[in-house]
Design a protein. Structure first.
Lengths: 340, 255
C-alpha cells in the first residue's frame, strides 16, 4: 500500500484500518457486480429479504459456539438466508400470495426473530461483548484480519465468475427461455447466481449490516444503468460505484469511535445515484433535456426549410407513422382473439 | 380429441405430439393434445385467449412442465435436438431496457455454435450482421434495443432465430402489434424458410390473415379442434367450435 502512505498519514489510518478499507472496497465491487444480476433478475427486494433473513442465523451461530467465531456465524447467516429465500418460494408457489407480499412478510419475520434472539443472547454471560449489534448496522472497524481475507476471497470469486461466464450470464439475464432453448443450464445457473448473492450478503453484513446490505447491492447497478447502454460497461461502472461507496463509507465511519459503517456506505452510494440520475450520459435527466432541446432545434430548422432539418423530420415522421399503425393494429378488433 | 382433418403432404414428420397435457396454476390448460407436423410446412396455431397456445409451445420446448404425453422432434426427445429447434418468444417476454445492442442480441443466436465460455469472433458478428440485413435492419445494428420500435424489436428477434440456422422454428405471436412493413418482412422470411425445406409453427392471433399467410392451420382450444391444410379446416364450422358462440367472424372465403 505504498501509494496510500500519504493519504493514510493524513487520516492516520492504522495498518488494520487500511486492510479494512481495502476489503470493504472489494465487497462494494462484488456487490456491484452481483447487484447487476439481481437488478435484471428483478431481485432487488429479494436481496433485501435475504439480508434481513440472515440475522437469526448469525445470532444462533454465536449462541451455539458461545464466542464470536465468524465462520460459524457466517454459516448460520447463509443457512438462515437460504431458509428465508426458500420460504418465499414456498409461500408463492403454494398459495395465491404474490411474491412481493411473501418477501415483505418473510423479511420482517426473520428480522423480528433475529432481534428477539439477539436480546436473549445479549443477556447471556459474555453476550454483551459479542458485538452482535454491529451486524444490524455494520461495523467495518470491528473487522479483523481473517474477516478481511474472507471478504476478499468472496469478492474475487464473484469477479472471476462474472468474467468467465460473461456472455452466458448476459443471455441468462436478458432472455432465460431462449437461453434454455440454446442448451444453457438455466436452473444450475440460477443456483450459482443465488449462491453468489447469498455469499456476498453474508460476508457483507458484518461491514454494512443486515438492514442496509441491500442498498449496496441495488444502488450501484441502478446508478450504472444511467451511464451506459452496454451490459459489460454497466457491470464495470457498477463495480466501480460499489467499490467507491464501500471505501467512502468506511473512511467516514472511521472518523468517529463506534460509528456504524452501513449508513455511511449507503449515503455515499445514494450520492453517486443522485449524480448519475442527473448527469448520466445515457439516461440522465440533463442528457435527456439536451437531446429534447436538440430535437426541438432541428424541428425549427425544418420550418426554415433547412435540408438537414427536413431529413430529420422525415425520420421522425416515419417513426410516428409506424407507431400509429402499430397502435391501430394493436387496438383494432382482434377478430375472435378476445372472444372468450 | 376433435375431428382432426389430416392431409398427407410430402415431407416426413418433424414433430409428433401425443396425449399431451399441461396445467397452469392448477388449471388444466392442455388436455390430450395430439398432432403431427410435417417437414416444409408453415402452420398457424389459432385459438381464443386462454386456449393454451403459448403454453403449448412452452410445454413442447420443456419450458413448462408436461403432465403427460409424448413429444418427439425428428423422432427424438427435445433434449437431443435442441440445436435444430429455434424459438422466438413473445416480444413482451423480455425487458427491452436491457443494456445491449441489436447486433448483440442477434449474436446471442450463435452462442450455441460459439461454445460456452468463448468470446464471439469476427465471423460470428458478420453472420449476425447478415441476418440483420436480411430483416432490413442493417442501419440499426449498433442501436440500443430500447430505442427500436416494436416492429424493429420483433425483427431483431427474427434475425436472432435466423442465425441459429435451425430446421424447425416456433414463433409466439410474432405479428402482434407490429407495423405493416414488419409484418411483410416477417412473413416473407417465414415463407422463404419453408421453401428451403424448413418447418415453421406460428402462434397467430389475426384470423383475417390466416388464409393468406399459412398453408396449415392447427385450431386449438385446450385440445386440438382441427388440424390440416388451411383450405380444408379453416372454415366457419371449425372456427365456431374453436371459439364457441362468441365468434364474431364471418369473412373471407368461408362466407
Amino acid at each position: 500500500m505504498g501509494g496510500t502512505d500519504g493519504l493514510s498519514g493524513i487520516l492516520s489510518l492504522s495498518q488494520n484500518a487500511q486492510w479494512v478499507l481495502a476489503s470493504t472496497m472489494m465487497l462494494g465491487m462484488a456487490s456491484g457486480l452481483i447487484g447487476c444480476f439481481a437488478y435484471w433478475k428483478r431481485h432487488s427486494l429479494m436481496s433485501d429479504a435475504l439480508a434481513h433473513a440472515a440475522l437469526p442465523g448469525v445470532v444462533v451461530g454465536f449462541a451455539l459456539i458461545g464466542t464470536k467465531n465468524l465462520t460459524v456465524m457466517t454459516l448460520g447467516a447463509a443457512v438462515s438466508a437460504l431458509l428465508g429465500g426458500w420460504l418465499i418460494q414456498a409461500i408463492r408457489s403454494s398459495s395465491r400470495i404474490k411474491e412481493d407480499t411473501a418477501m415483505g412478510m418473510v423479511l420482517s419475520f426473520f428480522f423480528g426473530l433475529g432481534i428477539m434472539l439477539l436480546t436473549f443472547v445479549n443477556r447471556m454471560p459474555g453476550g454483551n461483548q459479542s458485538g452482535l449489534d454491529s451486524f444490524i448496522f455494520g461495523q467495518a472497524a470491528a473487522m479483523i484480519r481473517s474477516d478481511v481475507v474472507t471478504m476478499s476471497v468472496v469478492a474475487m470469486a464473484v469477479v472471476v465468475l462474472t468474467l468467465a461466464g460473461y456472455k452466458e450470464w448476459k443471455l441468462f439475464l436478458f432472455d432465460p427461455s431462449f437461453a434454455r432453448g440454446l442448451g444453457l443450464p438455466g436452473k444450475r445457473m440460477n443456483t450459482v447466481y443465488m449462491t453468489a448473492l447469498v455469499l456476498v450478503i453474508v460476508v457483507g453484513i458484518q461491514a454494512v449490516g443486515v438492514i442496509l446490505m441491500a442498498a449496496l447491492l441495488i444502488i450501484p447497478g441502478l446508478s450504472a444503468r444511467y451511464w451506459t447502454n452496454s451490459f459489460g460497461a454497466m457491470l464495470m461502472v457498477s463495480a466501480l460505484f460499489g467499490g467507491a461507496a464501500g471505501a467512502a463509507g468506511t473512511l467516514a465511519s472511521m472518523m468517529g469511535r463506534g460509528w456504524p459503517t452501513g449508513p455511511f456506505i449507503v449515503l455515499a452510494a445514494a450520492a453517486l445515484f443522485a449524480v448519475s440520475l442527473l448527469f448520466g450520459v445515457r439516461k440522465g435527466l440533463v442528457a435527456g433535456f439536451l437531446s429534447r432541446r436538440m430535437k426541438g432545434r432541428r424541428a425549427r430548422m425544418r420550418d426554415r426549410g433547412d435540408g438537414a432539418g427536413i431529413d430529420a423530420a422525415r425520420e421522425t415522421g416515419a417513426v410516428a407513422a409506424g407507431t400509429g399503425l402499430a397502435a391501430i393494429r394493436g387496438d383494432g378488433p382482434a377478430l375472435g382473439g378476445k372472444g372468450r | 380429441m376433435g375431428a382432426t382433418v389430416m392431409e398427407s403432404i410430402a415431407g416426413e414428420p418433424v414433430l409428433s405430439v401425443e396425449g399431451l397435457s399441461a396445467s397452469y396454476r392448477k388449471n388444466r390448460v392442455l388436455e390430450d393434445v395430439g398432432f403431427e407436423i410435417r417437414r416444409g410446412t408453415l402452420t398457424a396455431i389459432v385459438g381464443p385467449n386462454g386456449a393454451g397456445k403459448s403454453t403449448l409451445l412452452k410445454t413442447l420446448l420443456d419450458l413448462h412442465p408436461r403432465l403427460s404425453g409424448s413429444v418427439r422432434f425428428f423422432g427424438l426427445p427435445y433434449r437431443q435436438v435442441k440445436a435444430k429447434v429455434g424459438y422466438v418468444p413473445q416480444r413482451s417476454s423480455v425487458d427491452w431496457d436491457f443494456p445491449t445492442s441489436a447486433l448483440d442480441v442477434v449474436t446471442m443466436g450463435l452462442y450455441g455454435q460459439i461454445g460456452w465460455f468463448r468470446w464471439p469472433r469476427r465471423r460470428h458478428r458478420e453472420l449476425a450482421m447478415q441476418a440483420l440485413e436480411q430483416m432490413g435492419l442493417a442501419d440499426y445494428a449498433g442501436w440500443q434495443i430500447s430505442q427500436l420500435s416494436g416492429g424493429q424489436q420483433q425483427r431483431v428477434f427474427l434475425a436472432r432465430a435466423l442465425v441459429q440456422n435451425a430446421d424447425l422454428y416456433f414463433l409466439d405471436e410474432p405479428l402482434a402489434g407490429v407495423d405493416a412493413a414488419t409484418e411483410r418482412a416477417i412473413m416473407d422470411m417465414l415463407k422463404t424458410l419453408r421453401d428451403q425445406g424448413k418447418t415453421v409453427l406460428v402462434v397467430h392471433h389475426d384470423l383475417q390473415t390466416v388464409e393468406d399467410y399459412f398453408d396449415q392451420v392447427l385450431l386449438l382450444n385446450r385440445t386440438v379442434i382441427a388440424h390440416g391444410a388451411t383450405e380444408d379446416v379453416f372454415d366457419r364450422e371449425h372456427l365456431v367450435r374453436t371459439y364457441g358462440g362468441v365468434m364474431r367472424w364471418w369473412g373471407g372465403r368461408t362466407g
